[in-house]
Design a protein around this ligand. Structure first.
Ligand SMILES: [Zn+2]
Length: 322
């Protein structure tokens, strides 16, 4: 690059500053060897929201992963998403809503009990300046372990000791039914037994709600069955702003927003999961709603646009002021 072109690019003053700082910045910087906090804060009306990253799980998958598509097509989609063919990138983001009067946590993360690469929610709570004792209410979207395990630590102690725990009534009815446990395939039995570990000795602290009800001022639950029988999503309203919290309506959007018809092996009712996904995504795209998804890449919020074949997730721009 010629000197003249370089001057044109940087401007003479900027180039002078750069040259000066190059002189003084030759000290070796220590390698930190530690990650940075996964916290993102934004507002919906007067509500302050804090997205907290819990980490990521590379979920093993095989050629049965999608029930209604040939695996070659799935492999193409994984290639397009820069993912390996044998693992689905599964990040976890929980959300804290400060209504001004109450601190409400939507889903609780893995509690460090799913994969070594996840379980940093408590570190990120601390980085966000939130004491787990301050959380008034936990609202659960569904009973898969990555959403409920963070209620307790590995030693079964409550992580949010003062929080009321609110769960969808149809979710409780399905998973707490011993008949369903006894007839479940072996890999699903593990899920049923984990729920009993989490809930058995705290059942009295658990409140069931019917999806459709408002669980806190401005936090409305919406039935979204399919992924599980009581799977629930949330709409948060404050002032003239809203956020749609999609829970597990779709897992990673680079796979499931682009291929909304796909029925994943982990959906209890694949056809219902697809119908729910399309209904909610159509609404979000048509209304240009801000959305967040539990398994969307951190900070997990953005918008959905409709494409010729599915949907595309457009992440928010990271903001430095509220
Ligand atoms: Zn999940």
């Amino acid at each position: 690059m010629s000197e003249v072109t370089r001057r044109n690019l940087l401007g003479t003053a900027a180039a002078a500053t750069l040259a000066a700082s190059a002189e003084t910045a030759r000290a070796e910087a220590p390698v930190r060897n530690a990650t940075t906090p996964g916290v993102y804060r934004y507002k919906i009306g007067s509500y302050e929201l804090t997205a907290l990253y819990d980490g990521i799980w590379y979920r093993p998958i095989d050629d049965k992963f999608i029930a209604n598509a040939p695996f070659a097509e799935v492999e193409q989609a994984l290639d397009a998403a820069f993912m390996p063919h044998d693992k689905l990138a599964t990040p976890f983001t929980t959300l804290i809503v400060n209504t001004g009067k109450r601190l409400v946590l939507l889903d609780t993360g893995t509690g460090g009990q799913i994969a070594p690469s996840a379980g940093v929610l408590r570190d990120n709570l601390a980085a966000a300046g939130i004491d787990p004792k301050e959380v008034d209410t936990i609202v659960i979207s569904h009973f898969h372990p990555d959403h409920i395990n963070g209620i307790k630590d590995k030693d079964n102690a409550l992580i949010f000791p003062r929080a009321e725990i609110m769960v969808p009534a149809p979710e409780w009815a399905y998973w707490m039914d011993d008949g369903n446990l006894n007839t479940a395939p072996t890999d699903l039995k593990v899920v049923f037994l984990n729920q009993r570990r989490i809930f058995a000795d705290i059942a009295k602290q658990v409140t069931q709600f019917e999806p459709g009800k408002e669980v806190a001022p401005g936090i409305v639950t919406i039935p979204a069955a399919g992924h599980t029988p009581g799977h629930t999503v949330f709409a948060i309203h404050s002032g003239d702003q809203s956020l749609l919290v999609l829970s597990d309506t779709a897992q990673h959007p680079a796979v499931f927003a682009r291929h909304p018809d796909w029925q994943a092996s982990f959906d209890i009712d694949g056809a219902a999961a697809v119908a729910t996904r399309k209904t909610l995504f159509d609404r979000a795209a048509a209304d240009r709603m801000l959305v967040t998804g539990y398994h969307f890449p951190f900070p997990a919020c953005g918008h959905l646009i409709k494409t010729a074949t599915g949907y595309e997730h457009v992440p928010v721009e990271w903001q430095t002021a509220l």
